[in-house]
Structure formats: structure tokens, C-alpha cells
Design a protein around this ligand. Structure first.
Ligand code: NAD
Ligand code: IPM
Ligand code: MN
Length: 364
């Protein structure tokens, strides 16, 4: 089989971790006899610097012509002085999500047995492990609601964002959450703030309706503030966590850190036709960019999600996941996963990529 992938590495650690994902994909191509053709495009700050805008027409056209988008990360201090809509995040990433209607964002996080030491959780909690997937609505809510902006001057100036959700937007993401749960431990925790927000009241109502079609799946509702706490106290009780756009953004960083690092959390953003953009959940990490120390695992696992969801290559996807599991189990780790007195053992970004690519070739 042959595929066309648009590669948008972006800014900060994006290009560094993308190199490693490409190494691993090359190993996958060799082992599984696939052919992946890549086209690279500027996006975000890199596109501003090279072409004067964060999402050039050629980038969008290249994505439209591809089977999937492999995305790095965008943004950084160099571009925060620009007007908000011209910055990398609001000028490129959000428009890409909107343009392709990538309403469904999946962020799977697992703490493997034997890897409790990576988690900042207390040992009696982390030793029980956990396996959750955050199902985040990605093209609605307060991110995209209109009106949005600023008005007035001086002391009278105000700024506003609008949170809106339609029944249809809630229903389609809720269905994904229940279907995902059916393939797992059959539990959905729907996150909201129904004690305050009108959107959350509707959210709860629609999720309840959808639940009727999935009698084998247990549904619970939880307020967002409580959820941030319960995830620290008993993460093993969660299976599928269904969230609106903003709540999912926040909870997914928390879930990432519970597994040990932002650099482990992958993400798939897909539309109704299975087309998707695959990117680490974390950002361009300006604090560590350019040092060759970023963890490439989130990017590598995002490539696995691309193989699974857009290219229908399940075997290749799980081969990558097993190879990553081997690296972690053998203590092959980047520095941010290690305690300060262990950092002398840290592996570099490229050592991690080499190890995982080799493990894919060997067929672990
Ligand atoms: P961030 O996720 O970039 O970094 C947060 C912390 O996590 C930092 O300490 C960083 O070093 C660490 N981290 C993240 N990824 C890591 C990795 N692979 N390996 C090791 N450590 C890692 O979040 P931030 O600092 O709030 O944002 C930086 C920039 O990235 C901002 O411009 C933000 O808007 C942007 N951002 C982009 C995306 C994206 O493109 N998808 C996602 C989140 C943030
Ligand atoms: C993420 C990021 C983005 C978001 C930003 C960069 C727009 O934080 O993918 O989690 O808020 O969705
Ligand atoms: Mn985020």
C-alpha cells in the first residue's frame, strides 16, 4: 500500500521530534512493506518567518491532497507580539482543525505496570496503574464560539469569548466516547460544569440521550473541578473521559503528567471521514528546544495513531506502541522522566528514536 502524508513539523521541538517519528515510520515501512510518501510544509512560526503567514495556501492545499497530516507543534515567544489571529496557534492550528472539521480528539494515556516510578503520584496510587483516553470535542465550545474579541477603550475596555454548543456537536462526540468505551472497559466519565454553565446543562442532557443507545456502557457525570482532583486520587477508576474543548485541553495535560511527562501524550484529531491530524498533545516546549533532549515518544505514538485511524494499518500501529513500551520498560528514558540524581543516565531525542526504530525492525 502507498500513502501520502503531509508533514508539518512547525516550531520549537516540533522539527526535532518529527525526525524521530520519521525514523520509526521508515522502520515500519520496511517491516510491513508499506510506502509512505511525505511532503513537508511550513506551518506556524516557521511559516510566518519563511512566508509571512502562519498557514500558507500551499500548506493547506498540501494537507487537502494528503491521506493524513503529521503535525509537530507550533508557537513560541518569538511570535507572541503579533495580533492573536496572526499567531501560530490561532492562525494555523485552530484553522486547520476547523477547516477539516476535526471534531474528535483522542488522547490516550497509560501508566504501565512496572513504570510507577515515572509518575509523580504517590506510590500506593501509581502502583495500581491506569489507562484512560480523553475524548475531547475539538471544533466547538469557547475556542470557536462567536462573538469573540475586544471592545471599548481605557478602563471601559472589555474582552469576551463565547461558549456555545449545539445538540449535534455534543451528540457526535458523545457517540465516539461510547463507541471507544465499548472497545475498552465500558465506562464513560462525562466532564462538565453543569452547576454553572448553560452549555454544560445541554451537554449533560445530550450525553444522557446518547447513553441510551449504549446500555452496556456505564455513564457517570463529574464536574470539571472535582475531576481534576479525582484523577490525582484514583486515576485507575477512569476509562473514557469525555470532555468539551476547553476542559479536555486542561485535563489532557494533567493526564499526560500523571504518566510521567507531557512528552508521552499523543493525540489524534479526526473528522467524520477518518481524515486526521496527528500531533503530540504538548507544545513547542521553548524551554528545552534546540538541545536535543525533548522526548520524541508523543510524536512517535502520534504517528502510530495516524497508522491506526487514517491509514488503517493497525498492525503497524501496535508494533510502534510495543516498541515504545519496550524502551520505557527497559528504562530507556529522556531526562524529564528521570529524578534529578538520575539524569546522567538520560537518553537524547535521537537515541530514543534510534532505539524505538530498531525495536520496530526487530519486531518486538
Ligand atoms: P508545552 O507543552 O510546550 O510545554 C510545557 C512543559 O512540558 C515544558 O516544561 C516543556 O519542556 C515540557 N514538554 C512538552 N513537551 C515535551 C517533550 N516532548 N519532552 C520533554 N518535555 C516536554 O506548553 P507551553 O510551554 O505552555 O507552550 C509553549 C508553546 O507551545 C506555546 O506557544 C503554546 O501555545 C504552544 N502549544 C502548541 C501546541 C501544538 O502545537 N499542538 C500544543 C500546546 C502548546
Ligand atoms: C493542545 C494545545 C492547543 C489547544 C493550543 C496550542 C491551541 O494546547 O492541542 O492541547 O488549546 O487545543
Ligand atoms: Mn493543550
Amino acid at each position: 500500500m502507498s500513502y501520502q502524508v503531509a508533514v508539518l513539523a512547525g516550531d520549537g521541538i516540533g522539527p526535532e521530534v518529527m525526525v524521530e517519528a520519521r525514523k520509526v515510520l521508515t522502520a515500519v515501512e520496511q517491516r510491513f512493506g508499506l510506502e509512505i510518501n511525505y511532503s513537508e510544509y511550513d506551518v506556524g512560526g516557521a511559516a510566518i518567518d519563511n512566508q509571512g503567514c502562519p498557514l500558507p495556501e500551499s500548506t493547506l492545499k498540501g494537507c487537502e491532497a494528503a491521506d493524513a497530516i503529521l503535525f509537530g507543534s507550533v508557537g513560541g515567544p518569538k511570535w507572541t507580539h503579533l495580533p492573536p489571529d496572526e499567531q501560530p496557534e490561532r492562525g494555523a492550528l485552530l484553522p486547520l482543525r476547523g477547516h477539516f472539521e476535526l471534531f474528535c480528539n483522542l488522547r490516550p494515556a497509560k501508566l504501565h505496570a512496572g513504570l510507577e516510578g515515572l509518575s509523580p503520584l504517590r506510590a500506593d496510587i501509581s502502583s495500581q496503574g491506569f489507562d484512560v483516553v480523553c475524548v475531547r470535542e475539538l471544533t466547538g465550545g469557547i475556542y470557536f464560539g462567536k462573538p469573540k474579541g475586544r471592545q471599548g477603550e481605557g478602563e471601559a475596555e472589555e474582552a469576551f469569548d463565547t461558549m456555545r454548543y449545539s445538540r449535534q456537536e455534543i451528540r457526535r462526540i458523545a457517540k465516539i466516547a461510547f463507541e471507544t468505551a465499548q472497545g475498552r472497559r465500558k465506562k464513560v466519565t462525562s466532564i462538565d460544569k453543569a452547576n454553572v454553565l448553560a452549555c454544560s446543562v445541554l451537554w449533560r442532557e445530550v450525553v444522557e440521550e446518547v447513553a441510551k443507545d449504549y446500555p452496556d456502557v456505564e455513564l457517570e457525570h463529574m464536574y470539571i473541578d472535582n475531576a481534576t482532583m479525582q484523577l490525582l486520587r484514583r486515576p485507575f477508576d477512569f476509562d473514557v473521559v469525555l470532555c468539551s474543548n476547553l476542559f479536555g485541553d486542561i485535563l489532557s495535560d494533567e493526564i499526560a503528567m500523571l504518566t510521567g511527562s507531557m512528552g508521552l501524550l499523543s493525540s489524534a484529531s479526526v473528522n467524520g471521514s477518518g481524515f486526521g491530524l496527528f500531533e503530540p498533545a504538548g507544545g513547542s516546549a521553548p524551554d528545552i528546544a534546540g538541545q536535543g533532549i525533548a522526548n520524541p515518544v508523543a510524536q512517535i505514538l502520534s504517528a502510530a495513531l495516524m497508522l491506526r485511524f487514517s491509514l488503517q494499518q493497525e498492525e503497524a500501529a501496535s508494533a510502534i506502541e510495543r516498541a515504545v513500551g519496550k524502551a520505557l520498560a527497559e528504562g530507556y528514558l529522556t531526562g524529564e522522566l528521570l529524578a534529578a540524581d538520575q539524569r546522567h543516565n538520560a537518553k537524547s531525542t535521537s537515541q530514543m528514536g534510534d532505539f524505538i526504530a530498531q525495536a520496530v525492525r526487530e519486531g518486538v
